[in-house]
Design a protein around this ligand. Structure first.
Ligand SMILES: Nc1ncnc2c1ncn2[C@@H]1O[C@H](COP(=O)(O)OP(=O)(O)OP(=O)(O)O)[C@@H](O)[C@H]1O
Length: 370
């Protein structure tokens, strides 16, 4: 099918991929509920969200593996899918695809698999380009091996190299690091990020792992139940979350309940400003564990009613401190603080608590939202 740019396509010519009003139904169930998402040339965007929220379906629609039911898909300003009018098949979309279960060609060795999409190049250039990618992904020593001689993780790296080899303008990656063990995953993620940035490929990467998304992404689109809840840089999602789901998706938080009085909510750590919420409304105060800054206090044990340590656990890169927090007004709460490095105060140790308010978020209580 020919790819023809229509006049309305001009507006999106600065985007590598544009998804507009995409909806998708399986049987009678709407699983993608009207998604708009643009990816700029060279930009890495991560589609992040819990299992079953529709990430893979959206990626498959972009790849052409699912026929678009509603909305439109454009590649570099050209409409490649519009329901009932156009469906450019996957192999004609000039995109690199690497999926969780990407199968390698069993009868070709690793080098031949990676060279497969480079048939337009002379043999020597093809060989050199494929080998360079295998080297960057730590697989050059296996160039002459066949897929059945490789582990799952090694096959995944070869599939990634094969997708990247033709230097596509757009890469679509679905959980590409999922079968790698934790240490190898860190290295291959890092290698892949550098390869993507060096090639300047726009990338849409599906993951359910917030840390992976923050590591890889220029922007994250966080999905829930078929919708995008928030799109932005990792900093924007972490520091300016639009709702409680976004806060909790990026890690454990302390949640306190309260209500607005004179524009503030009272907590054991003092008043928190929430002047944008109506007086009297029920709220949830979400406090990241790293927002609690602790200083040990020299007080006689047990002879005080001061905030103190219940227990402290070393988690590796940080320590988790369970606290009994006493407020001036008699309020009491059990909160978790996360402190970088080894910090293991004794049980009962009195502490002063300072709050980093940039990591505290106040939202109207879910049961109060109508
Ligand atoms: N071919 C299909 N037929 C029917 N339902 C499907 C099909 N593919 C996916 N679904 C359903 O659509 C919903 C979205 O699935 P999808 O694979 O897009 O989610 P996901 O966010 O990628 O999940 P995961 O992270 O677990 O892979 C799920 O409820 C799933 O069961």
């Amino acid at each position: 099918m020919a790819i023809i740019a229509s006049p309305s396509d001009k507006a999106v010519q600065t985007t590598a991929l544009s998804l507009s009003g995409v909806r998708h139904t399986f049987d009678t169930r709407l699983v993608v509920k009207g998604i708009d998402l643009d990816i700029a040339p060279g930009e890495v965007v991560c589609l992040l969200g819990p299992s079953g929220c529709g990430k893979t379906t959206l990626l498959r629609i972009a790849a052409g593996l699912e026929v678009l039911q509603e909305g439109s898909v454009s590649l570099e300003g050209r409409t490649i899918a519009a329901p009932g009018q156009r469906h450019v098949p996957p192999e004609k979309r000039s995109v690199g695809l690497a999926f969780q279960d990407s199968a390698l060609f069993p009868h070709l060795n690793v080098l031949e698999n990676v060279s497969f999409g480079l048939k337009h190049l002379p043999a020597r250039a093809r060989h050199e380009q494929a080998l360079a990618l295998l080297e960057q992904l730590g697989m050059a020593d296996y160039a002459q091996n066949y897929p059945h001689q490789l582990s799952g993780g090694q096959q995944q790296r070869v599939a990634l190299a094969r997708a990247l080899a033709p230097r596509p303008q757009l890469m679509l990656l679905d959980e590409p690091f999922s079968s790698l063990d934790a240490r190898l995953r860190d290295r291959i993620r890092d290698d892949t990020l550098h390869v993507l940035k060096k090639l300047g490929s726009a990338t849409l990467l599906v993951t359910h792992d917030p840390e992976e998304a923050m590591f890889m992404a220029d922007r994250i689109a966080l999905m829930r139940d078929g919708n995008i809840v928030q799109t932005g840089t990792p900093r924007e999602l972490y520091c300016e979350p639009v709702d409680p789901f976004v806060v909790t998706f990026f890690g454990e938080v302390n949640i306190l309940k309260g209500s607005i009085h004179k524009g503030c909510v009272q907590t054991p750590m003092g008043k928190i400003d929430a002047s944008w919420l109506p007086e009297g409304s029920g709220v949830e105060v979400m406090i990241r564990p790293e927002a609690l800054k602790l200083a040990v206090r020299d007080l006689p044990a047990k002879a005080h009613n001061h905030s103190h340590v219940i227990m402290a656990k070393l988690l590796g890169r940080s320590s988790l401190i369970h606290l009994c927090v006493h407020g001036e007004d008699g309020q009491e709460a059990h909160l978790h603080a996360r402190v970088p490095g080894v910090f293991l105060p004794a049980e009962g140790q009195p502490v002063d608590i300072d709050l980093d308010r940039s990591q505290v978020f106040v939202f109207k209580s879910a049961d109060a939202i109508t």
